[in-house]
Design a binder for this molecule. Structure first.
Ligand code: BGC
Length: 748
């Protein structure tokens, strides 16, 4: 039985009964702010500090709960405001019951990294970004939120909105890639998806925009490393997705491990107080990253945890995740007048406000209903959505001689590679293991075989492991290929090779995989290569020699079905790269929206004293926005409403796109702008719009973009966000490297 508890009122009564504290008002306070104030007035300093303290439970799929008696005792003493890594209605209920034994019965908040699904695993966020399908991305977050909220979770530490231009950094898998425009649109969609129709509903969880800020620009792509960047770069590239998340109503922010220009983000007053809580008027709360308050000692920014606590709260960090610096030092800091109580009160208010908004004071167990948990976890619509998202996330990089789609009449096929029969490697980093994984995750082998005619002959060979030097399986793989009409090889990174603390200095295919591809290719049989990865990899030999390449990333529970659908043409691939793919690690950081420099390399055959490498072209292997289809899209010349515009006028760009191939297909039409001359130099191209359209074979559609001066804005030398009149280039096309360019003049 699930009873509605009018907990807030009970709280006042309990206080009246057990202490001499008089409850502020006999009538029910009207607004959440008033309710928060009345709770705050009842709290001791220790209880206030307890609300700022967050611990982790001990995650394991057999018992994700804390068995730590000390933590349990602290909950009962009101010394804990929130926990992470506690999943499931049973476990969250058990701990919430302890919180209900505390003096003020303030409910715990349960947070969790629900990054791309909980029970149903969706593609990794970078893969989803490759779909450029915003409604699908929002729906993916919506379903993750439903599953999380049904499991007792109130708060997801997502979306990760860090821009990154360095594929060595393992956490690129968790974001939306390199571009601030695409990243902002996706940040908004994810926040809307997680928070649904608003906090307080039983299917909504609080979202968390992280990691504030600039974490993705770690020097050398090494996780947790320092970040050194200009204010212009920070404002133009790294902050916009955070602002977009804020505008979408994100409930919380998380700060980051890195220092930014010498000041750790956790102790960074400019980022958190001046900008986020000041200029941006963020009224939710800000949690530190795991232990990042205490890590300011190692940074060399503070001497000890006491100084760390002072620096963090002064800078605006409200909740201390796992460093215990607040718990052990804040009371004394307040008593010694080192930290004004107003700062503590403000942080507590922000946290209590969210607990009220989530309805937890009315019923602390409202997210702990076992029937709902079962029903939501078994919702078949979630599987269908995961399949849809997985198909849309796949990027077709190469398809010579129309090797793909594989004809349904195929007689003999060889399925080779360490990912063919892999189960959990389909899920990628930040995914959860469940006891029924082997029956719910569709392997690539199963997905492909299900699409084959009954009488087809299938040869399977693992060929090699993901990451070692053993080539003893090559012979069986070669024999399998020799006796097949077509070969599909599934290669790439294991699921723990990209992710947090998973930076790599070399991003080639691991182990002996390339050697196996060469050996199988040498049989002369047509090879389709699937690449599983959490980041852009470098696979130049395969890119130049293998006729068909499909970038699958890590696609989640439905990986096998999605891959089967794409290989056999039941779904025509439509993904476009959200990050530039380099030819060599030496080009990193590499991104399409670079500056022109004073000596641009216009001609790759003439590199005389220009900005170029002597041993490598500047161009990437695959550009941002690139991705093929089984059909052929033809762009007619764009039509502009005008070529000379003034002030508030709107430029309308129209372009007709025709599907001239045999298959129905989706195309992502991309719009870029360049400000040719300005008071500070501007990128050669910046994405300013895109539309994903479906065209039936033979169909033509017109796509319309509207541009105003808001799209021309940039940060000038004084960091004002302005636009300047002059010449602009308008570019429309199928990728950042394949566009039609027209010049316009925009006057004051
Ligand atoms: C990560 C965060 C994550 C937190 C809690 C940290 O190490 O940087 O993104 O939310 O752990 O798991």
């Amino acid at each position: 039985m699930h009873m509605q508890i009018h907990h807030f009122r009970n709280l006042c009564l309990a206080i009246l009964a057990t202490t001499q504290v008089v409850c502020v008002s006999a009538q029910k306070p009207k607004t959440i702010a008033q309710k928060v104030d009345s709770v705050l007035r009842l709290m001791t300093l220790e209880e206030k500090i307890g609300q700022l303290n967050q611990y982790s439970g001990d995650w394991s799929h057999t018992g994700p709960i804390t068995k730590d008696g000390d933590k349990q005792a602290q909950i009962k003493r009101g010394q804990l405001g929130s926990m992470l890594n506690i999943v499931g209605v049973e476990h969250t209920r058990t701990l919430q019951e302890l919180a209900m034994q505390s003096r003020l019965k303030i409910p715990l908040l349960f947070g969790q990294d629900v990054i791309h699904g909980l029970k149903t695993t969706f593609p990794i966020p970078l893969a989803e970004a490759a779909s450029w399908d915003i409604p699908a991305i929002e729906r993916s977050a919506r379903i993750a939120a439903k599953e999380a909220a049904a499991s007792g979770i109130h708060w997801t530490f997502a979306p990760m909105v860090d821009i990154s231009r360095d594929p060595r950094w393992g956490r690129v898998m968790e974001g939306a890639g390199e571009d601030p425009f695409l990243g902002s649109v996706i940040a908004k969609a994810r926040v809307k998806g997680f928070q649904g129709n608003g906090l307080g509903r039983l299917d909504a969880v609080m979202a968390c925009a992280k990691h504030f800020a600039a974490y993705g620009a770690a020097v050398g792509g090494r996780d947790y490393n320092s970040v050194d960047m200009s204010e212009r770069m920070l404002h133009e590239v790294y902050l916009p997705p955070f602002k977009a998340a804020l505008d979408a109503g994100v409930a919380t922010f998380m700060n980051s491990f890195n220092d930014l220009n010498g000041v750790p983000a956790t102790g960074n007053r400019y980022l958190q107080r001046t900008l986020l809580k000041g200029q941006w008027k963020f009224n939710g709360f800000l949690v530190s990253d795991w232990g990042s308050v205490g890590e300011m000692i190692a940074h060399g920014f503070v001497q000890d945890n006491r100084e760390a606590a002072k620096a963090a709260i002064s800078a605006g960090s409200d909740m201390d995740m796992e460093s215990r610096s607040y718990l052990h030092n804040m009371a004394d800091l307040v008593k010694q007048q080192q930290v004004p109580i107003a700062l503590v009160d403000d942080a507590v208010r922000r946290i209590l406000t969210k607990k009220f908004e989530m309805g937890l004071f009315d019923d602390p167990f409202r997210f702990s209903n076992p029937q709902r948990e079962q029903a939501v976890w078994n919702d078949l619509a979630h599987k269908a959505a995961a399949l849809d998202m997985a198909r849309k996330s796949i990027v077709l990089l190469k398809n010579e001689q129309q090797v793909l789609p594989i004809q349904a009449s195929v007689k003999k096929i060889a399925l080779i590679g360490p990912f063919m029969k892999a189960v959990r490697d389909n899920l990628g980093f930040w995914s959860y293991e469940w006891p029924d994984d082997s029956s719910t995750i569709v392997t690539q082998y199963a997905g492909i075989v299900n699409r084959l005619p009954k009488d087809a002959i299938v040869h399977y060979a693992k060929g090699c492991n993901i990451n070692d030097a053993d080539s003893s399986g090559f012979a069986v793989a070669i024999a399998a290929a020799k006796d097949a009409d077509i070969v599909v090889m599934s290669m790439g990174e294991a699921r723990d090779m990209s992710g947090e603390a998973k930076s790599r200095s070399g991003i080639q295919l691991p182990g002996v995989q390339e050697a196996l591809i060469k050996a199988v290719h040498a049989t002369g049989k047509p090879v389709v290569l699937l690449i599983n990865a959490g980041r852009p990899l470098i696979f130049n030999w395969a890119a130049d020699n293998v006729p068909a390449i499909v970038y699958t990333w890590w696609l989640g529970s439905q990986a096998g079905n999605a891959i089967g659908d794409v290989l056999f043409g039941a779904y025509n691939p439509s993904g476009k790269l959200p990050m530039t793919f380099p030819r060599s690690e030496g080009q990193i950081p590499i991104y399409y929206s670079h500056y022109n420099t004073g000596r641009p390399a216009k001609d790759e055959n003439n590199l005389f004293y220009v900005s170029a490498y002597t041993d490598l072209p500047n161009s990437p292997k695959y550009p941002f926005g690139f991705g093929l289809s089984y059909t052929e899209f033809k762009y007619a010349p764009m039509q502009l409403s005008d070529t000379v515009l003034k002030g508030k006028e709107t430029l309308t760009v129209k372009v007709q796109i025709s599907n001239q191939g045999k298959y129905d297909g989706e195309e992502v039409v991309q719009l870029y702008l360049r400000d040719v001359t300005a008071s500070v130099v501007r990128p050669v191209k910046e994405l300013k719009g895109f539309q994903k359209i479906l065209l039936k074979a033979g169909e033509t559609k017109e796509v319309i973009f509207q541009i105003t001066t808001d799209d021309l804005r940039f940060y000038n030398e004084a960091l004002q966000h302005i636009w300047e009149p002059g010449e602009f280039h308008v570019m429309v096309g199928t990728s950042s490297a394949q566009v039609e360019t027209r010049k316009i003049i925009w006057q004051q």
